[in-house]
Design a protein around this ligand. Sequence first.
Ligand code: AP5
Length: 222
Amino acid sequence: MSELNLILLGPPGAGKGTQATRLRDDFDLAYIATGDLLRENVSEGTELGKEAKSYMDDGALVPDELVIKMIFDKVEDDGDDGFLLDGFPRNIAQADALAEELDRRGRKLTAALLVEAPDDVVIERISGRRVCSNGHVYHVVYDPPKHDAVCDQDGKPLSQRDDDREEAVRKRLSVYHETTEPLIDYYEERGLLRRFDGTRSPTEVHDHIRASIATLRLEDEL
Ligand code: AP5
């Protein structure tokens, strides 16, 4: 069976990370999340992290040359048997760079999974989001941890992300609409786009994505 090379698209707070956690377990894929990798670099105080932090805190995109190298290194290290990219690509230049890199290696994308949700929904979700330092995600109302402010999976304390302040969230949304949304047409034109209604419950969204991936695999085998 050929490898699954997937990307997750959608506005901040649509539920990409929530679905990614489930999908990587289902399909045993290397999960590569730009935001998590950048936050790791920030907390470790690397050169990349120092450069990225101010952009991230403002809700702006980190410059392409930093992000592209970081992602390709990770795909090379971990993504040989298939990958799930979350947060990359985020603009046309990154999408072109990814297509060229895969082409060079004789590989191709299987699909771009778009999780859609309107601005008012994502603002409400992000304001209630809590995360642990291993990146497990909760929501104080929609997906609360069993014990207050403690991660169910590793017992680490939960906190709010630095860029989840309202001002940064509004900026991230406007960057998404201006810079990332054109990727919807980009992948639609290439026959790779699959759309999912991110306003449904996490389990329903997950079921829909899984069914769609099963269909893609069947089509691939025919
Ligand atoms: P990143 O970490 O990628 O943030 P994002 O894209 O803004 O996405 P989020 O993590 O905010 O949202 P999500 O869709 O994963 O939602 P989640 O599942 O957590 O990027 C951060 C920053 O890094 C960027 O701003 C930029 O500076 C930089 N960066 C990253 N990639 C870059 C790139 N390629 N180029 C340049 N710069 C880059 O869900 C949200 C909440 O809702 C949670 O609380 C969850 O519990 C809840 N929830 C989820 N699904 C549901 C549901 N179905 N119903 C109810 N609640 C739900």
